[in-house]
Design a protein around this ligand. Structure first.
Ligand SMILES: Cc1cc2nc3c(=O)[nH]c(=O)nc-3n(C[C@H](O)[C@H](O)[C@H](O)COP(=O)(O)O)c2cc1C
Length: 207
């Protein structure tokens, strides 16, 4: 058993006040995001997209949409918005051609997968598509929180922002991009508080 990994997971707490002096470099954030994207996704379509908000201008743009304590926004090293891309399947050829080029898949397997993606996603009911994109992107969001921790940072996931205004504010096409959650990242300036979890006998059924 990997006790370090268990500690990394069970020791995570949402942090709502960060040290504003601590910056994260572009290179390190890129690495954190790349590692987070090892999350699994349906048909490996990777529908998550990230907007990294680090500059004062970026934070000022977000501020009117931000329902949480402004101190959280101001003090974090980066506020990372995770959006779901409803046109993620446009990347199917790119993804599967690369798999062939890298020798992990035959051309026949690629053609089968690409055809299946078209059958599944072209004409998928909108509600099912929203669920698909949200569910898959949430896996990357969780992974991001844990990877950031492994790099020595803490995080806070935030749903409290105006999702209806987000796309227009940051220049995304609202018909395509679904703003899902913000993840504040930085060095903590306070301890996170302890939160309770339901017991397994309340949430698990065994057959
Ligand atoms: C999707 C999502 C949205 C959240 N939105 C907010 C938020 O807007 N403001 C906030 O202070 N915490 C927010 N949280 C953090 C939760 O309150 C927190 O995860 C929960 O209480 C458990 O605490 P822990 O993260 O410290 O384990 C959010 C968490 C998730 C997963």
């Amino acid at each position: 058993m990997d006790e370090d990994l268990i500690r990394l997971i069970t020791g995570r707490k949402s942090i709502r006040k960060f040290d504003p002096e601590q910056k994260i470099s572009h290179d390190e954030l890129s690495r954190i995001l790349q590692e987070s994207c090892r999350a699994p996704s349906a048909m490996n379509l990777q529908p998550w997209r990230f907007l990294v908000i680090q500059s004062k201008e970026g934070k000022d743009k977000l501020r009117p949409l931000f329902y949480n304590n402004p101190q959280l926004l101001d003090s974090c090293s980066a506020m990372i918005a995770i959006l779901g891309d409803l046109r993620a399947s446009d990347y199917k050829d790119h993804i599967y051609n690369r798999a062939v080029a890298e020798g992990t898949m035959s051309e026949e397997e690629r053609d089968k997968e690409v055809k299946l993606i078209s059958e599944l996603y072209d004409g998928m009911p909108h509600d099912a598509h929203l669920t698909d994109v949200s569910f898959n992107s949430a896996l990357a969001a969780m992974q991001l929180m844990l990877v950031a921790r492994a790099h020595g940072y803490e995080t806070c996931p935030l749903g409290g922002f105006d999702k209806n205004q987000f796309d227009a504010t940051f220049g995304y096409d609202p018909a395509r991009y679904l703003p899902l959650v913000l993840i504040a990242v930085g060095k903590p300036a306070e301890e996170g508080f302890n939160t309770v979890r339901l017991d397994t006998d309340q949430i698990v059924k065994w057959v």
